[in-house]
Design a protein around this ligand. Structure first.
Ligand SMILES: Nc1ncnc2c1ncn2[C@@H]1O[C@H](COP(=O)(O)OP(=O)(O)O)[C@@H](O)[C@H]1O
Ligand SMILES: [Mg+2]
Length: 511
């Protein structure tokens, strides 16, 4: 369908056109159009990015003295759309034109088929996540292999629809019998129910508690978990872990650390040391270098850790966390930041290391690739301006860099992009970006993410809830997408504040 004609000077990047009478309704932002290239006759696809409307009776100079009454002004009013050229179809992709477009060329509405063809992916390996914003008939797919092996980032301000979109992605991955692990600081994912897949939920309290193998904790993990640990206590714990526990036990738990502390205490006290596992001389030697109060205080702190019931001899078996056709939710809503960091670090480390072992050396039983989703990622992989080291960051960085080789994918979700580690962000090769109004977040994304250009950034504030711009390696063409509806229940919806107040006041009156 012809909707207008090219006017003015054109370039290889874009052109402007005038609209044919009666075609105004089709001409809107983000609509796709096509024109013929001069010389080659190639069909060039473009997208309307701007519409300027001028009226010859109302030039800029009129300014603020405008008083118009009932004068008819439509005559001489010209909307002029600006089109950004996307390219012509060439070997499964789009190529930018080389010859240019002649002024006067007819402009047509691009037909759905072209867009479908360009966005098409092997359905066996693609996730259906929505439709083009301006074309409800054109489905948008992203490549699952790409999303997982080359990571993705979901970025937007609060309430724009990040978690909802991640839910859509999870649904699609589970349709392919995938393995997904989500670290969920707000407990938003635990209610997702599937017909043909399992949701397994672990928390930090109660019956289904996540368990972390104590032997896997390093001294940094301990000091992170015990924020009030003093330097002498830390040094003592360091010695116990590195020179005693890990030397003389294949595996240990907090009980064993506690037992070693008691032996040191006894040695200090002049009592006899009886231990089958540990050499008396080491205990005695260590006891000479610490004070009784340090030992006592460290004992109390280790007891406090024990009471959490999370750090044990054996961790939750990896096969239970990473399993085909399963969403595993690590619900961190009852954990503080430090505990969350430790859990994320410990589990990601275990998943990564065991996949590495399996892929490189064929050892262990980590047979399937998995996808890790980190909500509130700015807290767990922040830029280095922080005053303390964030434990989870180094392993997340490692996965971002090397996960591809071992089939461990990362999905970073954040409402504060400019607080994210730039390295990790730039390793996320697919971006799902939704409404963002904060200029410093916009600027940071533009700088850190290759596929995000100036004009993508310019569009971010105008996106509506549930609308995203998807770009990067998992999609053929960067397009504005209306995310599809979820098929599973959502959870974590906004609270209807006024409704709750009304309900409360009704209860007060009747009760
Ligand atoms: N594509 C969508 N379709 C319908 N509702 C949506 C969509 N995206 C988000 N919502 C709704 O908007 C609200 C905020 O979405 P949410 O995903 O929690 O935002 P965010 O995680 O970015 O803070 C939720 O109530 C959610 O159900
Ligand atoms: Mg959210």
């Amino acid at each position: 369908m012809e909707i207008g004609q090219v006017i003015g000077a054109t370039t290889l990047r874009g052109f402007r056109f005038v609209i044919k009478e009666g075609m105004e309704e089709y001409v809107k932002r983000d609509e796709f159009v096509s024109v013929k290239e001069a010389v080659t006759g190639n069909d060039i696809l473009g997208i309307i990015k701007e519409i300027t409307i001028s009226n010859e009776l109302l030039p800029d100079e009129f300014g603020r003295d405008l008083r118009l009454g009932d004068i008819v002004l439509n005559e001489g009013e010209y909307p002029v759309p600006t089109v950004k050229i996307l390219g012509y179809e060439h070997e499964n992709g789009l190529e930018l034109p080389r010859y240019g477009i002649k002024p006067g060329s007819p402009v047509r509405l691009a037909n759905d088929e072209i867009l479908k063809r360009i966005l098409k992916q092997d359905e066996d390996k693609a996730a259906f996540i929505g439709t083009i914003s301006t074309r409800e008939r054109v489905p948008v797919y992203v490549s699952i292999n790409d999303i997982i092996s080359r990571h993705c980032a979901v970025l937007a301000m609060t309430g724009a629809g990040k978690s909802y979109t991640v839910g859509v992605l999870i649904e699609e991955l589970l349709k392919k019998k995938g393995s997904v692990v989500v670290f969920d600081p707000h407990g938003e994912y635990k209610n997702i129910k599937f017909n043909d897949s399992t949701t397994k939920v672990y928390g930090v309290k109660g019956e289904h508690r996540i368990k972390i193998e104590t032997t896997s904790l390093r001294i940094g993990d301990f000091s992170n978990l015990i924020p009030d640990i003093t330097d002498p206590q830390r040094d003592l714990l360091d010695e116990i872990i590195n020179n005693l526990a890990s030397k003389f036990y294949e595996k240990y738990d907090l009980g064993i650390i506690r037992k070693i502390l008691s032996l040191i205490y006894d040695a200090k006290d002049g009592k006899e040391i009886i231990s089958d596992e540990l050499p008396e001389t080491s205990i005695k030697e260590l006891s000479k270098r610490v004070g009784l109060s340090t030992i006592g205080a460290l004992m109390r702190r280790i007891d406090r850790l024990s009471r959490m019931g999370i750090f044990e001899m054996e961790g939750t078996p990896l096969e239970e966390i990473v399993s085909g056709n399963q969403l595993t939710v690590i619900d961190l809503s009852d954990a503080d930041e430090r505990l969350s960091e430790t859990i994320i670090a410990a589990i990601s480390r275990k998943i990564f290391e065991s996949r590495k072992l399996y892929v490189k050396d064929g050892e262990g039983s980590s047979r399937i690739p998995t996808f890790l989703i980190i909500e509130e990622a700015h807290n767990f992989a922040p830029k280095s301006m922080e005053d303390r080291r964030i434990l989870s960051k180094s392993i997340l960085k490692k996965i971002a860099r090397e996960g591809r080789k071992f089939g461990v994918g990362l999905c970073i979700v954040s409402q504060r992009p400019n607080k994210l580690d730039a390295d990790i962000l730039s390793q996320c090769n697919t971006q799902i970006i939704m409404k963002i109004v904060n200029p410093s977040d916009q600027e940071y994304i533009r700088q850190s993410v290759e596929s995000v250009t100036e004009d993508v950034v310019r569009d971010l504030p105008s996106l509506s809830r549930g609308e995203a711009i998807i770009s990067g390696s998992a999609i053929r063409l960067s397009v504005p997408v209306k995310i599809r509806e979820r098929t599973t229940s959502v959870g974590g919806e906004d609270i209807d504040i006024v409704g709750e107040w009304r309900k409360n006041s009704n209860n007060l009156q009747t009760g």
